[in-house]
Design a protein around this ligand. Structure first.
Ligand SMILES: NC(=O)c1ccc[n+]([C@@H]2O[C@H](COP(=O)([O-])OP(=O)(O)OC[C@H]3O[C@@H](n4cnc5c(N)ncnc54)[C@H](OP(=O)(O)O)[C@@H]3O)[C@@H](O)[C@H]2O)c1
Length: 287
């Protein structure tokens, strides 16, 4: 039987390697290829799941392999497996990365020290993008291990910049704190959208009109915030006349404790993320 040519070991060193080819890896692949940062043929994805390998190859034209070590030979390697598979991956790659390989981990909770020691490799970046990476509007907070020089930092900046906005933070706790807010934000926003659409329907609007009214007003409000650079409080006050209808609605939200609930939700995310980061990784499943 002849080998699948796309799964054959590439003749040249890949520019970009992925360990794990799931949802986030695919978002990154789409962003870097569509943004012209890397040609699909220069990307090699190490992925255990055969169906995912087929999908990535067909959708994005990237090279795929079941051999993580081949993908880890790339100039820049993105670790994109779930936290519970990290132990197996670290065991597999320990001491086997080319000395100049730059590693970017997007694995929630995985600390720089764990990654550097687990890989036996000093050039590691910890980054946390969020799901709007799929439309190149992520916000990614990141921090690099001390060994990275200026050119490596620039490469990281352009990779993460392809996903949307990137912010380098001075301390690792900053990655955890900021992503406690940015990570779940799409879920929080979608919950608000669902709730307002349902409220419009309950009032008597057809669902499509309730959806349009909610989504387009939200989009318009964000654009207004972005373009005017005024504070959210100032913009809110501009649509809240004394004794008016908007004020009546805001009073209901205030007395229901919406602000306190939001604060508690963000705190809960942060605490749970810290707990998950401390879970022992399961080295038995794969690698
Ligand atoms: N989704 C988000 O919003 C988000 C945001 C920021 C960061 N992250 C982080 O991104 C990482 C990936 O998340 P995801 O949502 O993309 O997960 P995912 O869709 O489950 O992707 C992970 C992929 O890696 C494969 N895999 C498992 N073990 C492997 C191994 N040893 N070698 C190679 N491939 C392996 C999985 O195959 P199987 O399915 O067969 O196990 C799966 O296809 C996570 O660590 C997460 O914390 C996620």
């Amino acid at each position: 039987m002849t080998a699948d040519p796309i799964e054959a070991v590439p003749s040249q060193r890949p520019a970009l390697g992925f360990i794990g080819g799931g949802v986030m890896a695919e978002a990154l692949i789409a962003a870097v290829t569509e943004g012209g940062l890397a040609a699909p043929g220069t990307i090699l994805v190490g992925e255990v799941n055969e169906e995912r390998r087929r999908v990535l190859r067909e959708r994005h034209g990237v090279q795929v392999t079941a051999d993580n070590l081949a993908a880890a030979a790339a100039e820049l390697v993105v670790l994109a497996v779930k936290p519970q598979h990290l132990g197996a991956v670290l065991q597999q790659l320990h001491g086997r990365l080319p000395s100049d390989t730059l590693v970017v981990s997007i694995i929630a909770g995985a600390r720089l020290q764990t990654l550097c020691e687990g890989l036996g490799h000093p050039l590691v970046v910890r980054a946390m993008p969020n799901t709007p990476a799929r439309v190149r509007m992520a916000v990614t907070f990141w921090i690099a291990s001390p060994g990275l020089g200026k050119p490596a930092l620039l490469r990281v900046r352009s990779l993460l910049g392809a996903l949307g906005t990137e912010v380098e933070v001075a301390a690792e706790a900053g990655v955890e704190l900021a992503t406690g807010l940015a990570g779940p934000m799409p879920a929080f926003v979608f919950l608000l959208i669902e709730a307002f659409i349902d409220a419009g329907v309950a009032l008597g609007l057809p669902r499509d009109q309730a959806t349009l009214a909610t989504v387009e007003s939200m989009r318009g409000s964000l654009e207004l915030l972005h373009r005017t650079q005024e504070s959210p409080a100032a913009l809110r006050q501009q649509v809240t006349s004394p004794g008016g209808a908007t004020l009546a609605g805001l009073k209901v939200l205030d007395s229901a404790g919406v602000r306190e609930a939001m604060s508690a939700a963000v705190r809960a995310v942060h605490e749970r993320a810290l707990e998950l980061g401390q879970l022992p990784v399961d080295p038995s499943k794969r690698g």
